[in-house]
Design a protein around this ligand. Structure first.
Ligand code: NAG
Ligand code: NAG
Length: 427
């Protein structure tokens, strides 16, 4: 007969039973070891490891890694009881779309598409759920919050408060401030992306003026360098440009020129939508060759005209341009192109394209007044017409009398002596 005075031994989550078999005379016959595993119960919820606030650059391409969440679970490893599935259950602000996704098994959070825009929303807060049982119903859950800051790139073109400034200067003085021109830029204030660079491009052949930026106010300070004789130059017209600072982007890559001119026609018969209107790729400043390991995207594109090939930087437009659109400046549409490096975090260079839209005759002339009164002692009517197109698709106009709807004897003669924009016609 064997007896089993058992010794109990608990090892980790298992119990070791040792059974001892003895002969009648008391000698040990055999030791029998019995391993009894304690069945795990899913009684522990996941516990998130706290994450620091994350940052992501605006306009980052889809698939950019933003953060990783991690949760632990005290239940048995390598079983469903501790297998955690991650999901985003809330994004604040809700915004137009879900800008982030989380990889279910790893907790890695990525950018969904390249639409993050710091000038619109600069902070997101995501609520993440971790659910054990690999997310199956009935598991334990926990939530965590991750705060994401959207950081700035130089994707906004600076503008001046006014299109035109005028001021007067006193003769026989120099080295004085003439006027301050305030630059407006939506990029993050007090950074290189916001600070404007001013340049006088015309009218300063004698270097009478200089211009520099006040870094605190982002104003261009026009400075009188030399004494001006009144009669010598009674009026000086200066033309200038502003340019966003920053611009230094992915490791030595930059757009040259910083502003690239492209030509398109607003003629709806042109095949413009099928064409590549230009290529604007960044250059590696060391090698002088096109930058490598980069990707292109559009930055500011106020009227949504552009498509940019992420690999080749080929630029196409997705609608027939309208030269008379309010988004144009003197027939030119401005937009920015971004060059993003593949590093983490990604770096960005910004270039500007100026699309000059050639005029087509797509606007009819109109008569500002359809009815004119005349007095019997002055039988003259002056008719003017306007047209939004530029010369020669606008004025000068050809006027004629429609005989069918006319009573009385009328004659028509052109008048160009009036100091008005368009020639006048006298009847
Ligand atoms: C006890 O009994 C067993 C089996 O009968 C025997 O083999 C063993 O030698 C005995 N031991 C002693 C100390 O008598
Ligand atoms: C507008 O464009 C025309 C032709 O390109 C140029 O001559 C003129 O100076 C421009 N005007 C302004 C205000 O920039």
């Amino acid at each position: 007969m064997m007896s089993f005075p058992a010794n109990l031994l608990v090892v980790y989550l298992a119990m070791m039973l040792t059974g001892v078999a003895r002969f009648r005379n008391g000698t040990v016959a055999e030791r029998i070891e019995l391993m009894i595993e304690v069945e795990d119960e899913n009684d522990n919820p996941p516990v998130f490891v706290p994450v620091p606030a994350a940052r992501v650059i605006e306009s980052s391409p889809a698939g950019t890694l933003v953060a990783q969440l991690n949760a632990t679970d005290a239940d048995k490893i390598n079983t469903l009881h501790s297998k955690i599935a991650y999901s985003i259950i809330k994004q604040e602000p809700i915004d137009s779309s879900n800008h982030f996704y989380i990889e279910r098994g790893t907790g890695l959070i990525y950018v969904t598409d390249a639409t993050l825009d710091r000038e619109r929303v600069s902070f997101y807060s995501l609520t993440i759920e971790g659910a054990d049982m690999d997310g199956a119903p009935g598991g334990n859950t926990a939530t965590a919050t991750v705060n994401i800051e959207v950081t700035d790139i130089n994707d906004n073109i600076p503008t001046l408060e006014e299109d035109e400034y005028s001021c007067s200067i006193v003769e026989n003085v120099a080295h004085i401030e003439v006027i301050r021109l305030k630059a407006l830029d939506l990029d993050e204030e007090n950074t290189e992306n916001w600070l404007a660079v001013f340049d006088i491009i015309t009218g300063n052949d004698d270097n009478i003026f200089s211009i520099k930026t006040d870094p605190v106010t982002n104003e261009g300070i026009l400075w009188l360098e030399k004494v001006v004789m009144r009669l010598a130059s009674p009026a000086v017209g200066l033309g200038g440009t502003t340019e966003g600072g920053g611009g230094l982007g992915p490791e030595g890559a930059a757009f040259t020129p910083k502003v690239k001119s492209l030509q398109v026609s607003e003629n709806p018969d042109s095949d413009i939508l099928a064409e590549v209107i230009g290529i604007y790729s960044a250059t590696d400043e060391d090698s002088g060759k096109p930058a490598e390991n980069v990707q292109y995207a559009k930055g500011e594109d106020k009227d949504n005209w552009l498509n940019v090939d992420p690999v080749t930087a080929e630029i196409r437009i997705n609608k027939v341009p309208d030269r008379e659109s309010p988004f144009l400046n003197n027939g030119t549409y401005y937009a920015t192109i971004l060059c993003l490096s593949h590093d983490v975090p990604s770096k960005t260079a910004t270039g500007t394209i100026a699309i000059h839209v050639a005029d087509a005759n797509d606007n009819c002339p109109t008569l500002p007044k359809n009815l004119e009164d005349i007095c019997s002692n002055n039988q003259v009517v002056i008719v003017t017409a306007t047209d939004n197109d530029a010369e020669p698709n606008g004025g000068p106009f050809l006027f004629s009398i429609v005989p069918k709807e006319t009573t009385g004897l009328w004659g028509l003669e052109p008048r160009t002596d009036l100091d008005l924009e368009d020639p006048q016609f006298e009847f």
